[in-house]
Design a binder for this molecule. Structure first.
Ligand code: DX5
Ligand code: ZN
Length: 226
């Protein structure tokens, strides 16, 4: 089973001091930083793009930027995000006609490729061919577009379906995840955990990061022993 990775979503951070916020999370035990890129088209909001990611990357060398691309034409931004230092380029399955070609383009720029599905997209929309080509699958547990929403339970079986098909793949959950909802995600087989509000809103982010990691590790140990 792939190892537990916590990826705090900077959408819940103070954007006025983004680099310091990223550093604070790394000090607190975060391995990845989840960078929510929104284009005002695929989703109604606009957040940040490659120029901001590039500044963060220059100030925080070695940062693993897990870029969640909530954009309409994901093909268009691969080069810019790669140049900005993106490590994971996770696009929405709903936004592209040719995921295999896009994954190829991402890999050519030495980034990992992720495929995200929104709550209304079934996990079976991700074919074996696409999943095998990708490095990570992201099951959204809220509708993409803003932070602080309520976790949608009916998305969880999609994680289990994907984990059954792809035992070794990184499977990420994103949206409304925190100490109260991590249990079902971990039991379903998710190992990459995005949390915005739950981590940035906590008085001790490091203890939330540790707690989320512990729950994933415990679920994995349980799954192994049965
Ligand atoms: C939603 C974003 C999420 C969001 C998570 O569109 O993709 O990454 O910021 O934030 P919380 O954990 O607050 O739901
Ligand atoms: Zn996200």
């Amino acid at each position: 089973m792939p190892r537990a990775i916590i990826s705090p979503s900077v959408l819940a951070s103070d954007f006025g001091q983004l680099t310091a916020e990223c550093e604070r999370m790394i000090v607190g035990g975060a391995e990845w930083l989840h960078m929510d890129v929104m284009d005002g088209h695929f989703v109604p909001n606009i957040t940040m793009g490659a120029p901001i990611l590039s500044c963060v990357h220059k100030k925080v060398p070695g940062i693993f930027m897990d870029c969640h691309m909530m954009v309409s034409e994901p093909e268009k931004w691969v080069d810019d995000i790669a140049d900005a230092g993106g490590a994971m380029y996770c696009f929405h399955h709903e936004a592209t006609k040719d995921p295999i070609a896009l994954i190829g383009k991402i890999h050519k720029r030495n980034m990992k490729a992720g495929v995200a599905i929104s709550p209304d997209t079934p996990s079976t929309a991700i074919s074996d061919e696409v999943a095998n080509a990708a490095d990570m699958l992201l099951v959204m547990t809220v509708y993409p577009g803003r932070g602080g929403q309520k976790f949608i339970d009916r998305c969880v079986p999609k994680v289990a379906e994907l984990r059954a098909r792809f035992p070794e793949k990184d499977i990420e959950v994103d949206g409304g995840v925190g100490p109260k909802t991590i249990g079902v995600c971990a039991d379903a087989g998710s190992n990459v955990i995005v949390a915005g509000t739950a981590i940035f809103g906590a008085p001790n982010p490091e203890s939330v990061i540790q707690e989320l990691k512990d729950v994933v590790n415990t679920a994995q140990a349980k799954a192994k022993s049965t």
